[in-house]
Design a protein around this ligand. Sequence first.
Ligand code: CDP
Ligand code: CDP
Length: 216
Amino acid sequence: SLNKISIAIDGPAGAGKSTIAKLIARTMNLTYIDTGAMYRAITFKILRDRIDLSNEIKLLDFLNQTKIDIVNGEILLDDLLITEKLRTPEINHYVSNIAQIPIVRKKMVELQRRIAANHNVIMDGRDIGTTVLPNATHKFFITASIEERAQRRYNELCIKGFHQDLQEVQAEIEQRDKIDTERTISPLKKHENAILIDTTGMTIEEVTDKILSYIK
Ligand code: CDP
Ligand code: CDP
């Protein structure tokens, strides 16, 4: 509708999407939607409940019985706050496989569009500019070298007390990027109108200022 702002931020793992989207949301008073957290929440529940992914009818049933909400940037799964449980090595390992299942994507995209219809949003993910919000008012594709993205993620895991070595973290990110880029349905891809920002060697503040300069 008129004067509605919608900002799409896509890019590979560790590019800085969620950190920067949160800062811009605060600066511009937008609703921040972390779509990766939604795929992580579904993955969390599939692993917890040992859902059989080979049975599409059961999976559809499971999806219909699952409620995901985002309240103040926190993820609620079936009314339980689970934000803290989503960034584990186990979920990192499985999430891209689950995110390529067509009925999983269909449900998530519907939910994401419903939120965007009622709010001024900044949404980060893989398919926001290409699929979820094709009419977004602003589109960015942010990336960084694989070495820097791995190092950023490694630092983050260390702080959280997970002990994975740097090579392992890099291999996991490469594997996830490969699945995300090569999947059939809405793969990770820069929309032709998206502004490309290579954040290698840039601080969070520098990237945020650069994006804000394009918006204003
Ligand atoms: O934070 P990080 O970039 O590591 O991952 P994320 O944004 O939390 O996304 C986790 C995974 O969810 C991605 O690797 C994709 O497989 C999937 N995803 C997706 O398919 N589409 C989106 N719009 C967002 C995430
Ligand atoms: O959401 P995405 O996977 O794209 O990345 P993120 O979770 O926002 O950022 C990954 C890590 O890199 C975070 O710990 C950020 O603080 C850090 N980061 C950084 O050091 N320099 C940047 N320019 C961007 C992010």
